[in-house]
Design a protein around this ligand. Structure first.
Ligand code: UDP
Ligand code: MG
Length: 319
């Protein structure tokens, strides 16, 4: 039986120091295990010499494919461009910094080949060298997404193997605002897990700043669940119940002759309710902005060029 082709998609942003090493390590492991493969690097508009490194790699390594974005569109866009470009019977997504151990790809491939499963997802055994606050934050974040969407997101990562059927399903999804980690769970299919230890970054630094993490978290939550909108309703119900109780209390006081509570109560209640209303408007406004972005139907990414088999080609268009 001919072995099946595996595409390894690697989003790369300012990874000039990692590209060649990652390509070499992955190529070596795939060859050792006799797996037919291609490596699809997606250069996410890097401002360093990542593209030059990719041009060198595609010249020397016939298994390497390089996709170049017209600017930085973010890791999500790079993942989806990679899924579109990949030709394999299965696709693995991994980071460029070897934090996802390439040896685990072999394990994933064998599970996929020998069992009737469509998705092999990598779960973090531990979260590597993350600070306590990040750990607490991500725990809370995945609880919220998991709880409101019914998907088990704890210790989830982007390190996954997807069968061609799953990739096609994802390619058919029309939304502009994507959250790969949740979308690849949402499509379902038979899923198996493998556990991996998050390694240290080989070279360079993490691209996430605190503000970009917060933005990512807010966008992921709102692109995947309407829970914040229901939260507004619940706050409304709770404040309504409180105001009923307070109202009855005030009327009873009036009847038995005690004067109603003072001016400061009025001010506090006024401030509280108006801030709840503005907070709620903010949440609704955020969803409105998302709807606006979706209906503009702009492409998620623009590909400047693709190098495959050492030759330049025009890129796949986003739908
Ligand atoms: N990445 C990307 N576009 C971006 C930011 C990051 O393609 O705008 C890639 C990056 O090159 C790496 C992966 O996403 O391959 C994970 O990034 P990083 O290591 O900075 O994140 P962390 O491992 O700290 O979560
Ligand atoms: Mg990393």
């Amino acid at each position: 039986m001919a072995k099946k082709l595996l595409s390894i998609v690697i989003p790369s942003y300012n990874e000039e120091g990692n590209i060649e090493n990652t390509a070499r390590v992955v190529t070596q492991i795939m060859k050792e295990n006799d797996i037919p493969f291609e490596i699809v690097f997606v250069n996410d508009g890097s401002s360093d010499r990542t593209w030059e490194a990719l041009c060198r790699v595609t010249r020397d390594n016939p298994n390497a494919v390089a996709v170049d974005f017209s600017r930085n569109f973010g890791k999500e866009a790079a993942i989806f461009a990679g899924l579109r470009t990949a030709k394999g019977d299965a696709v693995v997504l991994m980071d460029c910094d070897l934090q996802h151990p390439p040896q685990t790809i072999v394990e994933m491939y064998n599970i996929w080949l020998n069992n009737d499963v469509d998705v092999v997802e990598g779960r973090k055994k531990s979260r590597g060298k993350e600070k306590g606050i990040y750990k607490a934050f991500s725990l809370w974040f995945y609880k919220l997404i998991g709880g409101s969407s019914g998907l088990d997101m704890q210790d989830a990562s982007d390190f996954k193997l997807l069968d061609r059927a799953v990739v096609d399903s994802l390619n058919d999804m029309p939304e502009r605002l994507t959250f790969f980690r949740a979308m690849s769970s949402w499509v379902g299919y038979r899923t198996e897990k493998v556990y991996f230890e998050v390694a240290d970054r080989t070279e360079g630094e993490s691209k996430w700043s605190v503000s970009s993490l917060i933005k990512y978290a807010v966008n992921s939550i709102t692109s995947f669940t309407s829970a914040p909108l229901y939260l507004i309703m619940w706050i409304g119900i709770i404040t309504f119940v409180i105001s009923l109780i307070l109202g009855v209390h005030t009327i009873v006081n009036k009847i038995i002759g005690n004067s109603a509570a003072g001016f400061s109560t009025v001010i506090i209640l006024q401030l509280l309710t108006s801030s709840i209303i503005m907070f709620s408007l903010g949440i609704i406004g955020h969803y409105l902005a998302k709807i606006y972005e979706e209906i503009k139907k702009r492409p998620r990414f623009i590909i400047r060029s693709v190098i495959r088999n050492g030759r330049e080609q025009s890129g796949e268009k986003d739908n």
